[in-house]
Each structure stands twice: as C-alpha cells, then as structure tokens.
Write a protein that binds this ligand. Structure first.
Ligand code: SF4
Length: 102
C-alpha cells in the first residue's frame, strides 16, 4: 500500500516513494480507499467485502512481496498490505517468532 504523507512541507517523502517499490504498486490511485477502514463504523460484512476487493488488487500486484515485507517490518497496525490484513500479518509474525518461552 502506498501512503504518502506531507512531512515538514518538503518533497523528501515523495522523492523516497518515487525511488522505491511503491511506484509499481497496483493500489495507487482511487482504488486505494478499499485498503483501509473508512472513518465511520464498518459492519463485519462490509469489512469482508472491502478486504476482498483489496486482496483482489494485491493478487495481481507485482510488488506484493516487498510490500508485505515492509508492512511486517514496520508492524503496520492497519489496512491491507501485501494481500494480508492486520490479523493475518500478526499470524505471520507470530509464526516467524516461533514458540514463546514460558
Ligand atoms: S501488494 Fe497490495 S497493498 Fe501492496 S502495493 Fe501491491 S496492491 Fe498495494
């Protein structure tokens, strides 16, 4: 997912994005709205439908792996990244960390 934020009124963020995998993201543009929850409460079925739309876009994206790696590394708490939602990314991280010491 591409998320460009203005930081201090400079073009640093934009320049960084233009030099990264994010320029090849299939979710750039108006369809990006389905990758994050709306500002209003979302019913379970609405969320499922929105996430399916987003995951369908991810399925054909050429930068899915770097996108997912990025989200996992940053522990992105929200949205669809690399075809996975928050809970699915937590499960990946949990599997990678192995069994916990008791
Ligand atoms: S994998 Fe999905 S979220 Fe990531 S850049 Fe591609 S379309 Fe966007």
């Amino acid at each position: 997912m591409v998320r460009v934020t203005a930081q201090g009124g400079t073009d640093v963020t934009t320049a960084r994005v233009e030099n990264s995998w994010q320029v090849k993201a299939a979710c750039r543009g108006p369809q990006a709205v389905v990758f994050f929850p709306p500002p209003h409460p979302e019913r379970k079925d609405e969320r499922a439908e929105r996430e399916q739309l987003a995951k369908g876009i991810c399925a054909s994206c050429g930068v899915r792996k770097p996108c997912l790696d990025y989200a996992l590394e940053l522990r992105e708490p929200h949205g669809i990244w690399g075809g996975l939602n928050e809970l699915e990314r937590k499960a990946v991280l949990s599997r990678r960390s192995g069994p916990r010491a008791r």
